[in-house]
Design a protein around this ligand. Sequence first.
Ligand code: NIG
Ligand code: FE
Length: 407
Amino acid sequence: MNLDALVVYENIHQCVTLSGVAAKKGRHVTEADLGVISQAAVVANSETSQIVWVGKSNDLPTQYQSIVNRFSCDGEVWLPELVECHTHLIFAGDRSHDFALRSKGKTYSEIAAEGGGILTTLSHTRKASFEELMESAEIEINRFQKLGVGTIEIKSGYGLSLESELRILKCIQILQQRVPVQLVPTFMPAHAIPPEYKGRSEDYVKVVCEEWIPEVANSGLANYFDVFIEEGYFSVNQAEKLCLAAQDHGLQLKIHADQFKSLGGTSLAVRLNAQSVDHLDHISKEDIKVLSGSHTVAVLCPGASLFTGTPYAPARDLIDSGARVALTTDFNPGTCPSRNLPLMTTLACTQMKMTVAEAIAGVTYNAAAALGLENQIGSLEAGKQFRVCQIKAQSYEALPYCFGELE
Ligand code: NIG
Ligand code: FE
């Protein structure tokens, strides 16, 4: 190993390693699993951006004691960089009018049925230029980053024609060259039925399966495929056809399920070995059992519940049954225009009765698992990427306590 490439960070007030969370693969997380080390030191390799050693400053092995690149990190609390595992970040326009309608008692589904909702954003997004989309997306990514986030999953889904979906995925590809945040692209043509296919959802599913999925998979512009299973959107049956086609073409799966109604989307996600199943506000007791021991990560969106005034997901039942639970903003213009992932940990604790330890695991290790990246990010351990969220605080408990005002 080239010792000149090594850097020692010492006297870190608290280093939240999540070593126990990683050992348990994110299930049944306790406070002890956070693996908090006080007066910690981290040795990182600046060439590979990997962590080489983590422990107490006093226990720094002799071979690292002569390293000249050293920093003292008094008063700092270190966590793994936060992972935002579910966003719809590329869009134009806002949906403040939908919000105003909801304030007068209309529901999300009623607004969508009257032509608002996702289709409003679709029409703004299609009209926006590539540069406009890039510019607003870059601003949003920077906002996430300021609040501790180092990896962001981004879904397409406000284009819903092959050309405009490819344009959104291309945006993500170019943004990746401009921002220090790691981006994970997801193809989501099954976000809504586009106007061209109104009343012909079967035809839409067919064209997506037979033409769009092969072309997008071939372009290499997406890692994941996602579908919104909900009344008025896609049925479990249609989702299965779409997901099987996506898997056939090498795309991994994420599924929006049980947001407003329980239709069986979670069982489908588990059966197809999806990486995550997201929302789950109305998951049935049977589906909690199905999900509990599975590989599929439960991604919860408390910001969307807050913003739409709908029930929160049963986080306690999910966690107690053994499911791996991650948290996300679900950043999008309709149901959660917030880029504040730390705030989601506050909501998780107060509204979904998660513990601070569970909430922290939810925005780090388990969110990384929702992207299949838990062997690279999500905990601070030797061999993992050196991606750190540094906060000035007395304790890591400041993350949910700060009410979204992370410093
Ligand atoms: O995750 N549920 C589907 N998609 C988004 C909402 C998108 C929108 O309303 O624009 C969500 O909440
Ligand atoms: Fe979503």
